[in-house]
Design a protein around this ligand. Structure first.
Ligand code: PNW
Length: 438
């Protein structure tokens, strides 16, 4: 690790999301979400699991918050389950659901931890899906209502509110290839959904600001540069198109109020229907931008494609470990957009962890992954990127979507039979890093 310290006020934290950890799927009036439905559909989740219990965080939040504090973290990024606080996604609010998040915020306060809230981490109320879900503009309006209510109640208790987590995943994996809920596989649907997610983001920002929300408002995007496999022009073109569809598709509307021309041309008649004022709504000023980075993109037009070199190996999901991609990405974004303060809102590594005989969990691969990505952040900061903080994904092993519980991203190991938490070596390393050089 280089000697450069991170800026004094650099924020170190951990991240989770509601559906992946809370459990209590049918408690205290929570409504069903599209992920409950998806899990109940045979063949969708690799290990046939569901989120009804997960890490039982709904009941163990106090223990989990104490864990975060014990790591020396100053901040916690989590999401609110929309169907927990508004079971049908419109109409009545569920006070018991809001009460849970109040208890969680009280606990964070007690430990002096900053709260960073995400409104939508993929668990749409099923009742709204039944009315068209993100294909319907009405869902955008309901989302803005939900955002305003949360802002009214919690706007002064949380530091930041992100509207969406990774709209690319909702659009592409949820509607473009069907790997995620609600499980559609249509390019045109995915494109329309991406537009509605952006629109709902803009409407939500307007609605939250209209109620005088004091929290910083933004959005969280998964991003990565795409690298051509060879110096053939076709590979360069493919890399550029991939980057446009993955990154610019979301960044250009947010900052410039337009979709990237190359991507639009590629989509042709499958491009989304955009109404006249949509871009004015989408282009709300952002107080911050959250970026989730795990791996890079790789573009090859050969048949079969030339694989990425994976010099540093892959994680347990098969994703290439490529820390320089994070530096490259941040510098490209700084070059191309008038960025607000940036946070890395997710970064981490799935690893085949297990409890060893000595009661510890040895995960040197994850420690190395984190170390290299911290260096990559330092390199970007040294080159002028206004990076304010880092949220490690994830505090706990948890429900890894269509991979179920088979993939472990936590720095804290979870034994799902006993719900016992065990700090992995990486958790001890992170604490040491934060307290000594962070
Ligand atoms: C993110 N991809 O998901 C999510 O925000 C987390 O909930 C999730 O647990 C974490 O990353 C690890 O997967 C992604 O296929 C899922 O490119 C898939 C992709 C990217 C991010």
């Amino acid at each position: 690790m280089s000697n450069t310290r991170f800026p004094t006020h650099f924020l170190w934290g951990v991240a989770t999301s509601a559906f992946q950890i809370e459990g209590a799927g049918q408690e205290d009036g929570r409504g069903a979400s599209i992920w409950d439905t998806f899990c109940a559909t045979p063949g969708k989740i690799i290990d046939g699991s569901h989120g009804l219990v997960a890490c039982d965080h709904y009941h163990r939040y106090a223990e989990d918050v104490a864990l975060i504090a014990s790591l020396g973290c100053k901040a916690y990024r989590f999401s609110m389950a929309w169907p927990r606080v508004q079971p049908l996604g419109e109409g009545a609010w569920n006070e018991a659901g809001f009460a849970f998040y109040e208890r969680l915020l009280d606990e964070l306060d007690k430990h002096g931890l900053e709260a960073h809230l995400t409104l939508y981490h993929w668990d749409l109320p099923q009742a709204l899906q039944d009315k068209g879900g993100w294909l319907s503009r009405l869902t955008c309006e309901r989302f803005a209502d939900y955002a305003a209510e949360v802002a009214r109640r919690f706007g002064s208790r949380v530091k930041t509110i992100a509207t969406h987590n990774e709209p690319w995943c909702t659009a592409q994996l949820g509607h473009g290839n069907g790997q995620f809920a609600p499980g559609y596989a249509s390019t045109a649907m995915a494109a329309q959904v991406s537009h509605h997610l952006l629109l709902s983001h803009g409407l939500a920002l307007q609605a939250m600001r209209a109620v005088g929300c004091q929290a910083q408002l933004g959005i969280v995007l998964n991003q990565a540069p795409s690298y051509p496999a060879t110096d053939k022009p076709a590979d360069a073109e493919k890399a550029a198109l991939d980057y446009d569809l993955y990154v610019s598709w979301y960044m250009d509307p947010l900052f410039y109020g337009r979709y990237p021309a190359r991507a639009l041309q590629h989509l042709g008649h499958l491009a989304p229907r955009v109404l006249e004022n949509d871009f004015d709504i989408i282009k709300q000023p952002l107080d911050f931008l959250g970026i989730n980075y795990y791996t890079r993109g790789w573009a090859s037009t050969d048949e079969p494609p030339i694989p990425a070199p994976c010099k540093l190996g892959v994680n347990d999901m098969g994703w290439e470990i490529y820390p320089e991609g994070l530096t490259d990405l941040l510098l490209m974004l700084k070059r191309d957009y008038p960025l607000p303060p940036v946070y890395i809102t997710e970064n981490g590594m799935a690893n085949a962890d297990s409890l060893s005989g000595d009661g510890a969990v040895h995960d040197p691969e994850r420690i190395e992954y984190l170390r290299l990505h911290f260096e990559a952040m330092q390199a970007a900061i040294a080159q002028g990127v206004d990076l304010r903080g880092y949220f490690l994904w994830s505090l706990l092993d948890n429900f890894e979507w269509n991979s179920g519980y088979a993939k472990r991203f936590g720095i804290v190991y979870v034994d799902y039979a006993s719900q016992q938490r065990t700090l992995k070596d990486s958790a001890h390393w992170y604490r040491e890093f934060i307290t000594s050089r962070g």
